[in-house]
Design a protein around this ligand. Structure first.
Ligand code: 13P
Length: 247
């Protein structure tokens, strides 16, 4: 039985002071007994949020990492820095990073490997554009993203990865994929994992849905056979996030 995982992706929101307020508001409201809960916060908020969450079971995630150990990479943050700061999860390959910051399947793969090497869990994102969906090539496209992202990983390593299916047309638009649409793609992702690694890995790997998840639609989405939780943007910045976690 896969444990559900609900992660809030704060994106570029909340100053350190505002982050403390949000954590204080949410931390006692989310039920962490039955669900793994993660706050993926902006880099500058990692240390104070780790500190503020001590004594809870809420994990802290980063939204990006660089794939080199250290050196002349101005502006980047290394996997060792995140690990030492207490980060447990790292979002990688989010569509916003692919679109605005030149993330590619190849850099996603390098980052996934580094994150695992540093004992953290990658939340590896994939998802199609509206145009790709209209052309009927969404499954083919997502299969490729998943295969490239996991390239070179052993089954044991792949089992630790969380995959987030986020259709780009559903992100921040208020337009959620129907639970059937989301389930169809999450099942297709599990099928790719099965082809690459066999039944056991396909059975244990966790697949989230993301894209306009809210307090109203979470229960129906998370009830689907192949959906193991959510990656939540806008609604993770509000009290509504507790409703989603406690669906
Ligand atoms: P929204 O929940 O705001 O649509 O964002 C989804 C997302 O991109 C999470 O990573």
């Amino acid at each position: 039985m896969r444990k559900k995982i609900v992660a809030g992706n704060w994106k570029m929101n909340k100053t350190p002071k505002e982050a403390m307020e949000l954590v204080a508001m949410l931390k006692d409201k989310v039920d962490t007994d039955n669900v793994d809960v993660v706050f993926c916060v902006p880099a500058i908020n990692i240390l104070p949020v780790v500190d503020a969450l001590k004594g809870t079971n809420i994990a802290v995630g980063a939204q990006n990492v660089y794939f080199e150990e250290s050196g002349a990479y101005t502006g980047e943050i290394s996997p060792a820095m995140l690990e030492e700061a207490g980060v447990k999860y790292v979002v990688v390959g989010h569509s916003e990073r692919r679109e605005y910051f030149a993330e590619t399947d190849e850099t996603v793969n390098k980052k996934v490997k580094k994150i695992l090497e540093h004992n953290m869990t990658p939340i590896m994102c994939c998802g199609e554009t509206l145009e790709q969906r209209e052309l009927g090539i969404e499954i083919e496209f997502i299969r490729t993203q998943v295969k490239c992202g996991l390239a070179g990983l052993s089954a044991e390593e792949a089992q630790k990865v969380v995959i987030a299916y986020e259709p780009i047309w559903a992100i921040g638009t208020g337009k959620t994929a129907t639970s059937q649409q989301a389930e169809e793609i999450c099942a297709a992702i599990r099928q790719v994992i099965k082809e690459l690694y066999g039944d056991k890995t396909a059975e244990v790997i966790r697949i989230q849905y993301g894209g306009s998840v809210n307090g109203k639609n979470a229960a129906e989405l998370f009830a689907m056979e192949n959906i193991d939780g959510g990656l939540v943007g806008g609604a993770s910045l509000k009290e509504e996030f507790a409703q989603i976690v406690n669906y």
